[in-house]
Design a binder for this molecule. Structure first.
Ligand code: AP5
Ligand code: MG
Length: 217
């Protein structure tokens, strides 16, 4: 049976950073809705044009197109054994849609690591983030600096600061998270799959705590 994990947490909590590490550990693809949208924006697709303006305002892309994009991604061959989802679902409607999609693939949401971090920390993390142009690898100017400034350690591509990592947009994203995504904590608590992980530690320590709750490999 396939295994599906959903990384939950506020913008900047470390979902992407940890998903990158544990997806490798579990041998499952890392599926980030934000990365998929940024790919569409880069390729100037119709969805990219729609998403770009919404993302730069810190709002959420409409459920219907987001759900369709994730369904397509999960139907690909590399997801046959499951996936680590990051940034999806983000609304109760998306969570319900995910349950139906996974049921089609004879799966379910098996574990939801909820990375918990105080709001003040989030702003500092996001305004100091540097992202790799080619593959979305994540760095931080203080907490996880690249070996060479402006260059990705993994693929040598350029590092850039996301447009939505400006302070005003970050504040809006946190508000949107609290209103629309935080209710999912209760949703997954009720179904018994939520595990809370304290995200207010150095990256390696958070990884260690996450590993301790992962399904047996
Ligand atoms: P998305 O790309 O998903 O952004 P997000 O949820 O706002 O989350 P982030 O990527 O900002 O944070 P993260 O938790 O991944 O943190 P990271 O590991 O990078 O979405 C962008 C936009 O797309 C949304 O605003 C929305 O418009 C749209 N969208 C996406 N999905 C959608 C959906 N399902 N529905 C509708 N719209 C959707 O870490 C952050 C920084 O902190 C990095 O610099 C990192 O190096 C550093 N760091 C990480 N961990 C630690 C640590 N333990 N200690 C110190 N520093 C750390
Ligand atoms: Mg991310």
């Amino acid at each position: 049976m396939p295994v599906y994990l959903v990384m939950l947490g506020a913008p900047g909590a470390g979902k992407g950073t940890q998903a990158e590490i544990i997806s490798e550990e579990l041998g499952l693809p890392h599926i980030s809705s934000g990365d998929l949208f940024r790919e569409h924006i880069k390729n100037k697709t119709e969805l990219g044009l729609l998403a770009s303006e919404i993302i730069n305002r810190g709002q959420l892309v409409p459920d219907d197109v987001t759900i369709a994009m994730i369904r397509d991604r999960l139907a690909r061959k590399d997801c046959a054994n499951g996936a680590v989802l990051d940034g999806f679902p983000r609304t109760p409607a998306q969570a319900q849609a995910l349950d139906s999609i996974l049921a089609e693939f004879n799966g379910k949401v098996d574990l939801v690591p909820y990375i918990k971090v105080e709001d003040e920390v989030l702003i500092e993390r996001l305004t100091g983030r540097w992202t790799c142009r080619e593959n979305g690898h994540i760095f931080h100017q203080i907490y996880n600096p690249p070996k060479q400034a402006g260059i990705c350690d993994f693929d040598g591509s350029e590092l850039y600061q996301r447009d939505d990592d400006k302070r005003e947009t970050v504040i809006e994203r946190i508000q949107v998270y609290l209103q629309q995504t935080a209710p999912l904590i209760e949703y997954y608590k009720k179904s018994g799959v939520l595990v809370e992980v304290d995200g207010d530690h150095p990256i390696e320590k958070v990884t260690e705590n996450l590993m301790a709750v992962l399904p047996n490999r």
